[in-house]
Design a protein around this ligand. Structure first.
Ligand code: PXP
Length: 251
């Protein structure tokens, strides 16, 4: 079974452009869940450029599917997460100047901070995933921390084309095998869209894809429910898993 986590950060980006109340990311989450999303993902960034703490609080009270909070290894946000208890926390690196998360977390260079954050989240009963580049040493370091999952950064794959893209896909598949050998769940995300998702969804043992920008972009034109159903159908079709009644429903 492959699951879709819909990242709704960019619904909040539109709202923050006018500092108003619409569009409400919580409404978007409800529509995504109704259309078959298995999870809702949000990134509470230090600079609060899109999602705000009160959005995460309202999402926690509203969504019935998995709530996945992307976050940096930051003391204040860790305390917030431990209080709120999302189902899953995905640890990501964060730089204020970046347009979006640019690379995977460097677990080796930040071992103490990552270990402290993982421990606090696990003690609060939160399942922890680390967002990593497909690099063997980083995956081994993640396994040492006994996290639940590794989310592979698909940015390089999504920016490449032709033979380079095939090479990036092989790197993801090799890293996926290593992750499974360590007994961790395999997730992936970043830059995935309606054209490039199938090959990543077809990687054996892929359990969760987190997709934001392409779904929200399509939703602006065709509506959130149709955008989510189309993505889920592509993923499930490529993974070879039997499809669910929701992804079979007419658009
Ligand atoms: N996974 C992680 C860890 C991310 O940081 C992001 C971007 O917030 C995504 C997935 C979704 O990326 P995109 O918006 O490119 O689909």
């Amino acid at each position: 079974m492959i699951e879709l986590g819909v990242n709704i950060d960019h619904v909040a980006t539109i709202r923050q452009a006018r500092r108003t109340y619409e569009p409400d990311p919580v409404w978007a989450a409800v529509l995504a869940e109704l259309a078959g999303a298995d999870g809702i993902t949000v990134h509470l960034r230090e600079d609060r450029r899109h999602i705000q703490a009160h959005d995460v609080e309202r999402l926690k009270q509203t969504v019935q599917c998995k709530l996945n909070l992307e976050m940096a290894c930051d003391t204040e946000i860790t305390e917030f997460a431990c209080r709120l208890k999302p189902d899953q926390a995905t640890l990501v690196p964060e730089r204020r100047e970046e347009v979006t998360t640019e690379g995977g977390l460097d677990v080796l260079a930040n071992q103490d901070t990552v270990r402290r954050t993982v421990q606090a989240l696990k003690e609060a009963g939160i399942s922890v995933s680390l967002f990593l580049d497909p690099v063997s040493e980083q995956i081994a370091a993640a396994a040492d921390l006994e996290v639940h999952a590794v989310e592979l950064h698909t940015g390089a794959y999504s920016l490449a084309s032709g033979r380079q893209q095939q090479r990036e896909l092989r790197r993801l598949a090799d890293a996926g095998r290593q992750i499974r050998r360590h007994g961790l769940q395999l997730h992936a995300g970043h830059g995935l869209n309606y054209r490039n998702v199938a090959a990543v969804a077809a990687i054996p043992e892929m359990r969760e894809l987190n997709i934001g920008h392409s779904i929200v972009s399509r939703a602006v034109l065709v509506g959130m429910e149709q955008a989510v159903r189309e993505m889920k159908r592509l993923m499930v079709g490529a993974s070879g898993a039997p499809s669910s009644p929701l992804s079979d429903a007419p658009l």
